[in-house]
Ligand binder design. Structure first.
Ligand SMILES: [Fe+2]
Length: 323
């Protein structure tokens, strides 16, 4: 089992550790800007409306919190996205990838959401299945993984990369327990896959936060013109991936910020997830899809857990950033 100093913060929070944990987070700038205005409006409403306004505001706040804590974390959604690439080999048109991320087994709703996601993948029958890290939140839940993930299968295989939590809780044990299921971890390495006669490169990297990410090794000797998909837990590695000629990065880590509202964006984001926090984005000629994940802290508003079905398409992409 691998432990880092940060690991102790998780289980033994104390003031110094708490401060260090808070420094790893960044609150959305629009949330900070509007926080003061919202507080002022609440104060004005209370002054003008008296105790009735206070009761209404408290009731609305309590209902929203109840929804965010009990309802939305248990309502995962299947997202379907077509991703368009001008350089996609015609033979890969229509390749379907099932993407799961941030299962966080051990947290409330995580096992239930993962069972739901596995059932979705069995129904959708993607050509390729990938898991982009944070499979567990606690070491004692590693033993739960085989029963949850055993049904997963896909013609091109089921591949995974670790997240920071997997490194903290015992990556070697996770890799070993999933090996008999045919789930292969790509640790700074790649596989050449052939779909309907056309080759593509699927690369994966170790976690960059607590492990040793080596993009050069992962993408070494990739044939010229081979379409390159990279599994990398941390989305903010996108620029580095673009420099290595990656066409598509699949990531997780941020959980979308747990609270995501129009204009306000993501409420709070972890380190290495500050720039590309949710959904689809693009840097230079490299695209990324960041999953909101299936588990984690059971607090979600406007940001439900997700399983994703991605379809590769041949077409010029637009330069706009979408989420
Ligand atoms: Fe996570």
């Amino acid at each position: 089992m691998t432990h880092s100093p940060d690991h102790h913060d998780i289980h033994h929070p104390f003031p110094h550790g708490l401060i260090r944990r808070l420094r790893r987070l960044r609150f959305g700038p629009n949330w900070l800007r509007t926080g003061g205005v919202a507080a002022l409006l609440v104060l004005v409403a209370m002054l003008r409306g008296g105790w009735r306004s206070l009761v209404v505001l408290v009731a609305a706040g309590a209902a929203t919190l109840l929804y965010a804590l009990r309802i939305e974390p248990a309502r995962p959604r299947l997202e379907r996205r077509d991703l368009f690439f001008p350089n996609l080999p015609p033979g890969l048109e229509g390749l379907r990838i099932g993407h799961l991320s941030d299962l966080h087994i051990g947290h409330p709703f995580a096992s239930e959401n993962t069972r739901w996601a596995v059932a979705q993948m069995l129904h959708e029958q993607p050509d390729l299945l990938v898991i982009t890290g944070d499979l567990v939140s606690f070491a004692e839940n590693i033993a739960d993984l085989p029963d949850l993930l055993r049904p997963l299968h896909a013609p091109l295989g089921v591949f995974a990369v670790p997240g920071n939590h997997d490194r903290w809780e015992g990556l070697e044990a996770i890799i070993e327990i999933l090996k008999p299921l045919g789930i292969e971890f790509l640790m700074n390495t790649q596989r050449r896959l052939v779909w309907r006669g056309t080759e593509l490169t699927l690369a994966g990297v170790d976690d960059a936060w607590n492990g040793h990410m080596d993009l050069a090794a992962a993408l070494a000797d990739t044939p010229e013109g081979s379409f390159r998909i990279l599994l990398c837990h941390l989305p903010d590695m996108l620029e580095a991936a673009a420099a290595r000629g990656v066409d598509l990065q699949l990531a997780g880590h941020t959980h979308g910020g747990h609270v995501y509202l129009p204009w306000l964006g993501s409420l709070v984001l972890p380190r290495h997830g500050w720039r590309y926090s949710i959904g689809h984005a693009q840097y230079a000629h490299t695209q990324i899809y960041v999953s909101r994940g299936l588990g984690g802290l059971p607090l979600r508003l406007g940001c439900p857990p997700e399983a994703t079905m991605l379809t590769l398409r041949c077409q010029p992409f637009t330069s706009s950033r979408t989420t």
